[in-house]
Each structure stands twice: as C-alpha cells, then as structure tokens.
Design a protein around this ligand. Structure first.
Ligand code: GLP
Length: 245
C-alpha cells in the first residue's frame, strides 16, 4: 500500500467550521446506517462536532437510538462520575442530549480490578461490533487515544502510563480529584481496523504532530503516523494545525 495515498486533508477557517463539517459527516452516516458503530474521542477537538450532532437531533434531523459507540480511552482509578472521567465527558457533551441508549454506549472501565481482563472484554466487544467510523483527536506528541510514543504499536487495549506532555496538557481540567497518571486505551491495532477514520486537530500546538502524520516516518515514536497506512482517513485542520504542511 502506498502510504498516505488516500488521506484527505481539509484545511478550514476555524474549529466551528470543522465542527459543522465533521458533525454533518456523522449525521449523514447515521442517517444512512441507523445502527452504525462509532468509535468516539474526548478532548476539546470533537466538542463542536458533538454539538452539531445533538443540534441536528434536537431539530429532528437524526436519531441515535440504534447507534452504538465505543470510546477510545478512560483514566485509571478516576471515579466514573468525576466530571473529568471520559464517561462523564461523553454524557455531558453528547449522549445526554440525544436519544442514544445507555446500553449501546461502551467504555473501558478504568476502575476494573483486573485491567487485563477488562481490556480483553473490550477488545472482544470491539471485534464483534466492528467500528464503521472512528473519530480521533491527536496529542501534541502524536498520541491517539492514549497510545503514547513507544517502541512498538499496541494491537489491543492496554494500560498505559501517561507521559509528562499529556499530563501537562490535561491537568488544567482537574479539580475534584488529581489527574490520574495511568489510563486504559484502545490499541492502535483496533483503531486501524475501523472502516473509516476522521481526525480533528486545531491550533499551533498540534502542527508538529500533523506534519508527522502527513509527511513523517511511520513510527510508534509518533503513533498518529500509523494512519498513513489506513485506506480511508479524513483529516480536518485549522490553518494553525496545518502550518507545517
Ligand atoms: C487526550 C485524549 C485524546 C485526545 C487528546 C487531545 O489525551 N485521550 O483522545 O485526542 O487528549 O485532546 P484535545 O482535543 O483537547 O487537544
């Protein structure tokens, strides 16, 4: 496969335009396949797209009642109802504002006693469901989900020790409980199995990771670079994130 041959790169004015473009891509996909399986991401990047989706739901333009979702990652030993758990984030930013069914939304349980068993449970479910569209953000160091720079790509879900760069980028959000230093994440292998991948990045801090995604060497030192080997990736950037292309 020629790497990057099918990557579609959209450079847009701002985050809100990206939200509309990505949100409408998801709304169309749901309308085309009402029981679609979506892989979902947290962080600031997908929030405008989630807003577009729940606004479309409010206007009666889409229903999520048959949609199934799998989130990329979750912090370890953070109470599920802490406002910074990814479980809380997704309910606040999307799920609670739509008709999605709780039984159809899936997360890695960061509070599971046996994390290996938990990762296996998640991977088995992922394998059975098959992700139609995976939404991704990207960390400044090129991480996807919580697949941090490493010496190898991980196939399945696993427990990861977060890097200082990731802790620095996210700790500002934590007040009730300190920011966990570990997380459970879907593996790069599972992300790559999605039929389609949509990645959003905005701001200067993401420019290096985006340059590595588009033109860099494919290496686990910059996990996002693996997307060069996927056959259907759409990347939505603002000018700042695209500034090194
Ligand atoms: C966290 C999440 C990632 C996300 C990244 C970037 O590390 N685990 O899934 O892509 O943050 O977040 P933001 O969009 O806020 O820059």
């Amino acid at each position: 496969m020629i790497r990057g041959d099918k990557m579609k790169i959209h450079v847009m004015e701002n985050a809100s335009q990206i939200g509309k473009a990505v949100g409408s891509l998801f709304v169309d996909a749901i309308n085309e396949k009402p029981d679609i399986t979506l892989g979902l991401a947290t962080g600031a990047s997908p929030i405008p797209a989630y807003k577009y989706i729940y606004k479309a739901y409010e206007k009666g333009k889409v229903s999520l009642k048959e949609v199934k979702t799998f989130n990329l990652d979750e912090y370890v030993r953070l109470p599920k109802n802490d406002p910074n758990s990814y479980y809380s984030f997704m309910h606040r930013e999307l799920f609670d504002r739509t008709d999605i069914k709780e039984k159809n939304v899936h997360f890695l349980n960061g509070n599971a006693r046996d994390t290996e068993k938990e990762c296996k449970r998640y991977d088995d479910m992922l394998e059975k469901a098959g992700i139609d569209i995976q939404l991704l953000g990207v960390g400044r160091n090129g991480h996807i989900g919580f697949n941090e720079p490493s010496i190898c790509f991980s196939k399945g879900s696993f427990k990861v020790k977060l890097t200082q760069s990731t802790i620095n980028a996210n700790k500002k959000y934590f007040s009730e409980n300190p920011m966990p230093t570990e997380a459970l994440t879907m593996g790069v292998g599972s992300i790559m199995k999605a039929k389609k991948i949509v990645l959003i990045a905005t701001g200067n801090a993401k420019a290096d990771a985006i340059a590595a995604l588009v033109n860099g060497e494919v290496t686990p030192v910059c996990p996002v670079s693996i997307l060069q080997f996927h056959h259907d990736v759409e990347v939505y950037l603002d000018k700042a994130a695209a500034s090194l292309l």
